[in-house]
Design a protein around this ligand. Structure first.
Ligand code: SF4
Ligand code: SF4
Length: 104
């Protein structure tokens, strides 16, 4: 059974940045709960054979939602050049100290 692909439609062709994403998945630690798939806004992950897999790393915007919601620590991701906070700050007109900071 594959979970996650059904939602892929609106953003199918969008890629944030290529070959820079820090997202890593340890399938050995995955228990197949599906939380990462449910929270991912970019449809980067799917559930296949009761384990999560990364289907398109370049779609990841490094928001961290998957890692935060993974109870087993199977996912790691660092905010970086694909940092969602930078996008949000930019949209809100904020100037941060760096890419991933939010002014207090
Ligand atoms: S949240 Fe973690 S344990 Fe659950 S499916 Fe995703 S990687 Fe696997
Ligand atoms: S960091 Fe965000 S965009 Fe990337 S895979 Fe996790 S939830 Fe999806």
């Amino acid at each position: 059974m594959i979970r996650g692909l059904a939602r892929r439609s609106t953003f199918d062709n969008l890629v944030y940045l290529r070959d820079v994403v820090t997202l890593e998945l340890d399938r050995g630690s995955c228990v197949g709960c599906g939380a990462c798939i449910d929270v991912c806004p970019r449809e980067v992950l799917i559930l296949e054979d009761r384990k999560s897999i990364i289907v398109d790393r370049d779609r990841c915007m490094e928001c961290g939602a998957c890692a935060i919601n993974c109870a087993t620590g199977a996912i790691t991701v660092s905010s970086g050049v694909g940092c969602a906070a930078a996008v949000i700050n930019s949209k809100l007109g904020r100037s941060g100290r760096g890419c991933c900071t939010i002014d207090p």
